[in-house]
Design a protein around this ligand. Structure first.
Ligand code: PAF
Length: 275
């Protein structure tokens, strides 16, 4: 803990600005795009790798979450990351359970938060801890986790955390599937079925000019084309409040979708312009 703090302090003393990319490892091209963005906007890049138990609920995939530290370190070395912080759970939570945590407000109970109670409290708590440990100038997140991005931005604003947030667009496979560490759980059939999410978002975008009802109907239709997928939620939100838009809303909106393919929960989102 002191090691990473001292190393960042030394970078700062040398006049470097520091960008920080928090991850849970199992790095893919989406993460590496965050690292490249961090390199482009700061002098030094710090990446954390920590599978945070606090943001997994009972019965979720904490135990089987992919852990690929050696290949992650190799990829980060190739990308020129200056520092990798990969603490153990005991280092991050020396007292075991936390006595104090960050609690997401109402938005944290919706969508992902409704399906994964406590997830966002655990996520914000570890992000706050990582911010305090690393003390970056800029923290870089992926738009793929849109609700996480909204809540981290709000935490930073609500608690006057002294850093800037940089958001990087979702990186997709050539066929449209959003990159995710959880894609590794999918077999070939599941991988094909998972395309329902990006197809739903494309359908939503195509129908955006026709208003909310049409967007929801067209997007839901994409799920009818696939077997073996269970839609969790499909919702259109105002990106400034993250609350569902009203009937008749126009302008920029964000479509959020989550679904379960076999035992794998996947999320995706896209901005649309409601007409
Ligand atoms: O997006 C993630 O990988 C995690 O939620 C984060 C931000 C690293 C916190 O554990």
């Amino acid at each position: 803990m002191g090691g990473v703090r001292d190393a960042v302090a030394a970078l700062r003393a040398a006049g470097c600005t520091v960008a920080f990319v928090p991850t849970m490892g199992a790095l893919h091209e989406g993460h590496l795009t965050l690292v490249r963005r961090a390199r482009a906007i700061a002098d030094a890049v710090v990446v954390s790798i920590f599978v945070n138990p606090l943001q997994f609920g009972a019965g979720e995939d904490l135990d089987r979450y992919p852990r690929t530290l050696d290949s992650d370190l190799g990829a980060l070395a190739r990308e020129g990351a200056d520092l990798v912080f990969a603490p153990t759970a005991d280092e991050m939570y020396p007292y075991g359970a936390v006595e104090t945590n960050v609690t997401a407000g109402h938005v944290g109970t919706l969508y992902e938060g409704a399906s994964r109670p406590g997830h966002f409290d655990g996520m914000l708590t570890v992000v706050a801890k990582l911010f305090h440990i690393v003390r970056p100038d800029i923290a870089v997140f992926g738009q793929k986790d849109a609700q996480q991005v909204f809540l981290v931005r709000r935490m930073v604003a609500d608690l006057n955390v002294p850093l800037a947030i940089e958001i990087v667009p979702t990186v997709r496979e050539p066929d449209g599937l959003a990159m995710s560490s959880r894609n590794r759980y999918l077999d070939a059939d599941g991988r094909r079925t998972a395309l329902a999410l990006s197809e739903a978002l494309a359908a939503a975008g195509a129908a955006a000019g026709d208003g909310l009802d049409e967007v929801l109907a067209e997007a839901a239709g994409a799920f009818g084309d696939h077997d073996g997928i269970e839609l969790d939620y499909l919702v259109v939100v105002d990106p400034t409040t993250f609350l569902p838009v009203d009937d008749g809303a126009t302008g920029r909106a964000t479509v959020l979708v989550a679904a379960r393919v076999g035992g794998t929960r996947l999320i995706d989102n896209a901005d649309i312009e409601l007409g």
